[in-house]
Design a protein around this ligand. Structure first.
Ligand code: SPV
Ligand code: MG
Length: 315
């Protein structure tokens, strides 16, 4: 690693992940979270230069081969996010769906996330079990405002680290409501202690989100997910005063395309020669796993056994 890289590492080590995330929310320019769904994708996000990670419910469940309907239990999700946290030094915001139950489940979740070094969670005002926002959104009932406010308060009262962030996700537009309902909910969630509002939209333009921003101003930081309005230039979000953009599912979608292509190629050719040109080397996997660290540790901690050749990887 070069000297600049070393300084970056030291800075990240010095500042808690929760504080890094809070600083991103309040920075004077647009910040970005990139989706990851397991340890290796989280590491790839960090190496690409991103300052934070979105632990996507859609992508974590898809990677498990199940639907985004709370089919994976909350402890299974927790286990994945723990691997992601261990593999990285940048903050993670967990997409915690509806909080996996009522206020009491949210309290327990916050305790477990803090223990695992997760910097923030986002909870959405729908009902358990949730359905992905892009599937029949208008059929999806929203939570009662008072009930969701209780969850936010419970989360804020539970957190031990003052920099742990709770982002409240407003699904009013998704469920077919208008700007008035979106603002009413956002205001109630902000008053309850939410550190930021995620305003979600599924239309192919940024119109709903921009209308929200015009009314909301700088009341508190706003997070958006432009999956469906991806054609909007990013500077439009910055000019509207958005704090954070989530690129919500693009590593999983890229991985699925790559896996489909390579599986088909190898199936067809019954040989590896052509496929090898399109995939990373086994050495690259070893590097991402940090095999070098284990080899160094073995030298330090394992007794030298006479007659045993050292296991060799060319790293
Ligand atoms: C996710 O990534 O799981 C999200 C974002 O919640 S969305 O799929 O747009 O609902
Ligand atoms: Mg989700």
């Amino acid at each position: 690693m070069n000297r600049r890289g070393n300084r970056e590492e030291e800075r990240k080590d010095a500042v808690k992940k929760t504080t890094q995330f809070r600083q991103m929310l309040h920075s004077d320019h647009l910040e970005f979270l990139m989706e990851a769904h397991d340890g290796i994708s989280a590491k790839i996000v960090e190496e690409a230069g991103f300052k934070g990670i979105w632990a996507s419910g859609l992508c974590i469940s898809a990677a498990m081969g199940v639907r985004d309907n709370n089919e994976a239990s909350w402890t299974q999700v927790l286990e994945v996010v723990e691997f992601m946290s261990d593999a990285t030094s940048i903050p993670i915001m967990l997409d915690a769906d509806t909080g996996y139950g009522n206020f009491n489940n949210v309290r327990r979740l916050v305790r477990k996330l803090e223990q695992r070094g997760v910097a923030a969670m986002c909870i959405e005002d729908k009902l358990f079990p949730k359905t992905n926002s892009f599937i029949d959104g208008e059929q999806q009932p929203l939570a009662e405002v008072e009930e969701f406010v209780g969850k936010i308060k419970a989360a804020k009262d539970t957190q031990q680290d003052p920099d742990f962030c709770v982002v409240a996700r407003v699904e009013a537009f998704i469920a077919g409501w208008g700007l008035g309902e979106a603002l009413r909910r956002a205001e109630a969630y902000y008053q309850a202690g939410a550190d930021a509002i995620l305003i979600h939209s599924k239309i192919p333009t940024a119109d709903q989100v921009l209308a929200f921003m015009r009314e909301w101003g700088d009341t508190c930081p706003v997070v958006i997910v432009p999956t469906m309005y991806y054609q909007t230039p990013t500077h439009v979000f910055e000019e509207a005063g958005v704090s954070m953009v989530i690129w919500a599912n693009h590593l999983l979608r890229a991985a699925v395309r790559a896996m489909q292509d390579i599986a088909a190629l190898i199936y067809e050719q019954q040989a590896l020669v052509e496929a090898e040109r399109h995939i990373v080397s086994v050495q690259e996997i070893f590097r991402l796993q940090n095999v070098a660290e284990l080899k160094a540790a073995e030298k330090r901690y394992l007794p030298v056994k006479a007659g045993v050749r050292e296991l060799s990887t060319t790293l």
